[in-house]
Design a protein around this ligand. Structure first.
Ligand SMILES: [Zn+2]
Length: 409
């Protein structure tokens, strides 16, 4: 009975939830690595929203970062006390977004001008990670409106820097020893369209910057230089093939089941068509099944590079941008998994399954310190794409799941 009361209270907050989501889309939070000013403006907007809800305690744990104008990467924790304060349900969402990409690819609206269409909110960050952020806030707001004390303390955690490795975000909070092994941790930053997938394992992550150095020259006299662009591309294609061949393993509990090795970003090189580039910079994003070691993948990259160096006379240098070793998965029988499954069944009438993904969410950092974290939300997986959207219905149903987790025995 209590469940139904909360669920209908959440339904009634639908318009308000949508509005808050739109307000936050209008305040972008882009990392300095991608030319942004960081998350402070969004954090300030969010603090006003949290103040209105009336949490018991709102705390800030900012990390210092000289690369952003404010020199602050904000992290916020909002507590709503439960009958049991020793047991805490953490819901961790991230403030930062990835850049919008080419404006022209956005066909419904501009990335930071949110628009509602066909029951969806469009805009950069709408799905990743505002949907879950707003759902977590309104789960608490519904309880508060009904003057219902949750069974356990609900701690909402809003972190910076998730998209770039979390040094100034969740890793900063973990260093402050905010979390305990008995904590229940939900990271709603991934999932399926029907809410049926609970992620309990991630792959290892390896992000590489690959710099090929040749010699710049006029394009009409290529023999006087060494075309780094050609060698860089050839190297990337060769590497792509070799890595897939050398690490072919599959594990059906992961989506997708194999390791992934993707050439992604390329830095701009010369300013004119008639210049042979002397430098080529490209990037690889690898998500590696736990059975393989990222260091071994790295040494394969280096071996292939030295073959190319010998063959071409170019120099190939590496920079590791991120190396995260897959931690031990969360047990399928962990209390947080059981509670989440129950909440999904009761509020959405869905039987959820557990499995692994390519990562990397904040959950990996919790697993590293022995806290069984789960990743779950109801999303169409349009994150990082143009025309990113969030279904309003998902905002509402995810809030119901969070509220159920707060209340259940
Ligand atoms: Zn995300």
């Amino acid at each position: 009975m209590q469940d139904q009361k909360v669920f209908s209270a959440i339904e009634k907050l639908k318009t308000e939830m949508t509005n808050v989501s739109m307000q936050l889309i209008r305040t972008p939070a882009i990392a300095p690595e991608n030319g942004g000013e960081g998350e402070l403006k969004r954090a300030e907007r969010l603090t006003q929203i949290l103040d209105d809800v009336g949490f018991d305690k709102i705390l800030r744990y900012d990390a210092t970062d000289g690369r952003v104008p404010s020199e602050k990467r904000p992290n916020i924790v909002a507590h709503y006390d439960g009958e049991e304060t020793a047991e805490r349900l953490w819901i961790v969402t991230h403030l930062d977004i990835v850049p919008p990409g080419e404006d022209s690819l956005w066909t419904i609206t501009k990335p930071f001008e949110p628009l509602i269409k066909d029951g969806r909110v469009y805009g950069r960050g709408s799905e990743d990670n505002l949907q879950s952020m707003v759902a977590s806030i309104f789960a608490v707001k519904a309880l508060k409106n009904l003057k219902m004390k949750p069974k356990r303390t609900v701690a909402l955690c809003f972190v910076s820097d998730e998209e770039q490795g979390s040094t100034y975000g969740i890793r900063h909070l973990i260093k402050q020893r905010l979390f305990k092994t008995e904590d229940l941790v939900v990271v709603p930053d991934g999932g399926r369209g029907d809410g049926s997938f609970i992620e309990i394992a991630e792959k290892s992550i390896l992000w590489m910057k690959i710099c090929t150095i040749g010699k710049q020259t006029h394009a009409s006299r290529p023999e006087l230089g060494l075309n780094a662009s050609r060698i860089g591309m050839q190297y990337a294609l060769a590497l792509d093939k070799i890595l897939h061949k050398k690490y072919p393993g599959k594990d059906k509990s992961f989506v997708p089941p194999g390791s992934t090795f993707e050439p992604t970003k390329r830095d701009r090189n010369v300013d004119a068509v008639n210049i042979v580039p002397g430098e080529d910079i490209n990037y690889f994003d690898s998500r590696i099944l736990p059975r393989y070691s990222p260091d071994e993948v790295l040494s394969t990259m280096r071996t292939v590079a030295s073959d190319f160096e010998k063959k071409t006379g170019a120099k190939i240098e590496f920079e590791i941008l991120q190396k995260t070793i897959a931690p031990k998965p969360t047990e399928a029988s962990a209390r947080v998994v059981v509670m989440l499954k129950n909440a999904i069944r009761m509020s959405m009438k869905v039987r959820a399954k557990v499995g692994g993904i390519g990562g990397g969410t904040c959950a990996a950092f919790f697993r590293e310190i022995g806290i069984p974290a789960v990743v779950w939300s109801t999303v169409d997986e349009v994150a990082h794409q143009p025309d990113e959207y969030s279904k309003i219905q998902n905002l509402v149903s995810d809030a119901k799941v969070f509220a159920h987790m707060a209340l259940q025995m």
